[in-house]
Design a protein around this ligand. Structure first.
Ligand SMILES: [Fe+2]
Length: 245
């Protein structure tokens, strides 16, 4: 009977409208492990709008082994998504880049300039969750020499760096920007990721905030992340590059 008196979940006092743009999501339907069809994508889009976003930069996975997307498959998926949004009368601006997995095929794509970027030539890339990359600093330099501004996706999700927070300083000192997943602050990826995310936030090392939204469970966690004190600080007191996108 107490359920009858349970407080209705109220809208958070503030939302993501201050940053406006999300730059990491898997909302393009049917081409990776995110939204599987237009219906899924529209559900996520509505959630993004409710949370205050005005613009998304969708970033489907590009991996040699699992998701062999190309600029062409992504741009065609973007057209499908835009049409779906238009038909459903959802007013949300959507662009696309990609989340590049650092594998043996990425260097060639970069040297041949066959990569999708966003904003000011930003290149979003991710690492293995299991094995530390051999020479990350050299790889970052190669990307910069090719004219790109590397952005490391969810640095808090790589357990091999947990024992040494200094690694994050070293990566950032090369000029590589760091993109934290908002829901890491909630503990969505476990306590190790949460601890690193908190330390990044406390040390003003979050250059971009990303949702990394794949499905509605992520959307619910993203909403909940708004109630953490560090998210409130990030959104009100930090200089996040999302605002320039
Ligand atoms: Fe992602």
């Amino acid at each position: 009977m107490f359920g009858l008196f349970k407080k209705k979940k109220i809208a958070p006092e503030f939302n993501f409208s201050g940053i406006g743009t999300d730059m990491h999501s898997h909302i393009i339907p049917g081409i990776d492990d995110g939204a599987q069809n237009v219906k899924d994508a529209l559900m996520l889009a509505r959630k993004f709008k409710t949370l205050g976003f005005k613009k998304l930069i969708a970033t489907p996975h590009i991996m040699a082994d699992y998701f062999r997307n190309t600029p062409d498959t992504i741009n065609r998926g973007l057209d499908t998504l835009r049409k779906g949004l238009l038909d459903a009368e959802i007013d949300l601006e959507v662009d696309a880049a990609a989340e590049y997995y650092l594998d043996e095929t990425l260097e060639k794509k970069i040297r041949q300039k066959e990569v999708l970027t966003f904003g000011n030539n930003y290149l979003l890339f991710e690492l293995s969750y299991i094995n530390a990359p051999q020479s990350l600093i050299d790889f970052i330099k190669m990307m910069q020499d090719a004219g790109y501004k590397p952005v490391l996706a969810h640095p808090e999700r790589y357990p091999y760096y947990y024992h040494s927070f200094e690694s994050y300083h070293q990566i950032r000192e090369t000029g590589c920007l760091l993109q934290m997943n908002s829901i890491a602050l909630l503990g969505y990826y476990g306590s190790g990721a949460k601890k690193v995310a908190e330390e990044m936030a406390e040390n003003h090392m979050v250059d971009f905030l990303g949702s990394d939204m794949h499905h509605l469970k992520h959307a619910a966690a993203l909403e909940d992340s708004l109630s953490t004190p560090l998210m409130q600080q990030l959104l009100t007191q930090h200089q996040l590059n999302n605002v320039f996108l």
